[in-house]
Write a protein that binds this ligand. Structure first.
Ligand code: PLP
Length: 480
């Protein structure tokens, strides 16, 4: 056997060595894809707040918000202290037979912060696990007697077999087997929800839908439901005894200007809520589903069923993760993260609107809320034609890929020319996303806006040609 790499040596690997190891042991194609961007070619030395320092000594403004994970910014001092404290006191996290004070306290805190009787929590590791746990709970609530679950046509709920199946078809390039009975409605359209329920009605007229799963704010398409739609869904679900699940895995803990997006509407309470990402303060891989008490009690709260979806899952509520989440939640509340998001919005929204007007030939639309905005680029038919000719062979005919290529060119230019790290979503029209951490200062937002303005001033055609010539073409043969 060849020598094993130790942690010290690992921290001194060069970018080239890391790419080579990824190629051999992780994924060659991932290396080809991600090295098209400046950030795929560099390694990170350290990160703090809004900033990343690369090995090469560059300081990068991280405007991605960690794709939902970094409301607290990188390495928040209170989060680091909570983790150190847990380690230094040599706490125990493995046995589930000893009750955990951390799980008890976190469950208590969530129940205090969430409206109504959203009181009962379960703490797995990832968003997808929280979604699947919520769906399983809804199925069990109906004792397996209902067989359909409704999801939106633009849904994103994760990538495991269950959550991946619940993710909208448009996002999946390949169909995997999944849970049975998934039906689709149009996002934001109550008539379409009623039709889907009616189509699933049994011959005796009884409802066959056990759950409706929805993101009140869809981060992957930057679309959000109206108050009327969400309240209408609540009414339908109450009338038909359907379990209403809000997926706020991305948008929780202040991102769009309220603690959870749905909480801007007083009195609106789902039956189950899912959260993850910034719930872990940027350091802890933890998620949760939180259920209304009667739903949880009917599904699992008896001696026979209490272990069906239970604390015996290996990494359920792991100590350091849970302690970190307690601190992350306390910070979000004490530092009023919803207010911070609204303050960011006060600079970001008018700035983006100005950019949309000044670059009307490049920016089709800007939309969002709080610290979560999408910038929809579109250079008109001529540029789309050019993108189709320059796209790697095989992808040219995919209209979404053309927009994606143009957006990638802007993402690449922001990073290369201005040291600004932004991302684009993989859903729908692939908007460029401006979703900074909630520790962002007005000056950070202004720097992003100036950088975007200067980048777009170069013209999308120039940016696209440069990106394809220098980054894409050397890796992938283009269409023409
Ligand atoms: C709304 C939503 N649901 C579910 C997930 C899946 O979470 P995870 O990637 O942790 O499995 C995500 C991830 O981006 C998400 O944004």
């Amino acid at each position: 056997m060849s020598e094993l790499i130790g942690i010290d040596e690992c921290e001194h690997l060069t970018a080239q060595q890391v790419h080579s190891l990824y190629g051999k042991y992780v994924s060659r194609s991932q290396v080809s894809l991600m090295t098209s961007f400046g950030f795929g070619r560099e390694l990170v030395e350290r990160a703090e707040g809004m900033w990343i320092w690369t090995r090469g000594g560059r300081r990068i403004l991280d405007f991605t918000g960690g794709v939902g994970v970094l409301n607290h910014g990188h390495n928040h001092p209170r989060i680091l202290a909570a983790r150190r404290r847990y380690q230094e006191r040599e706490r125990m996290e493995v046995h589930k037979t000893y009750f955990s004070p951390y799980i008890a306290a976190l469950g208590h805190n969530l129940a205090q912060l969430l409206p109504g009787d959203l009181n009962m929590s379960f703490f797995p590791n990832s968003g997808a696990e929280a979604v699947e746990g919520a769906v399983k709970l809804a199925y069990k609530y109906h004792k397996g007697r209902r067989h359909r679950i409704l999801r939106a046509d633009i849904a994103f709920h994760g990538k495991l077999l269950g959550s991946g199946g619940l993710t909208a078809v448009g996002q999946n390039r390949f169909t995997f087997p999944t849970i049975p009975g998934i039906c689709t409605f149009q996002y934001g359209d109550l008539t379409s929800v009623r039709e889907a329920i009616a189509a699933a009605r049994r011959p005796d007229g009884r409802c066959d839908v056990y759950a409706i799963l929805i993101e009140p704010f869809s981060a992957s398409t930057v679309r959000f439901c109206s108050e009327e739609f969400l309240r209408g869904l609540r009414e339908i679900c109450t009338a038909e005894d359907i379990v209403l699940i809000f997926d706020e895995i991305y948008t929780g803990w202040g991102k769009t200007g309220s603690l959870f997006h749905f909480m801007r509407y007083p009195g609106l309470v789902p039956d189950v809520l899912t959260t993850s990402k910034s719930f872990g303060g940027g350091k802890s891989s933890i998620s949760a589903f939180i259920a209304r008490e009667p739903i949880f009690r009917k599904a699992y709260d008896n001696l026979t069923d209490s272990l069906l979806h239970s604390t015996s899952t290996t990494y359920y509520g792991f100590g350091e993760e849970t302690a970190t989440a307690i601190e992350a939640v306390n910070i979000a509340v004490e530092d009023d993260y919803p207010k911070r998001a609204r303050e960011i919005e006060r600079v970001l929204a008018p700035g983006l609107d100005r950019i949309r007007k000044e670059h009307a030939d490049s920016v089709a639309e800007v939309r969002g809320a709080g610290a979560m905005y999408g910038i929809f680029l579109d250079g008109g038919p001529k540029l789309l034609d050019l993108a189709a000719r320059l796209a790697p062979a095989g992808l040219a005919r995919d209209p979404n890929f053309r927009i994606k290529l143009i957006t990638c060119a802007v993402v690449d230019a922001l990073y290369r020319d201005h040291g600004v790290y932004a991302y684009y979503t993989l859903n729908g029209h692939n908007p460029l996303v401006a979703a900074p951490s909630l520790v962002a200062e007005p000056a950070d937002v202004e720097y992003f806006l100036d950088s975007l303005d200067q980048t777009l001033a170069k013209g999308l055609t120039r940016l696209l040609v440069r990106f394809v010539r220098e980054k894409v073409a050397p890796r992938w043969p283009s269409a023409s």
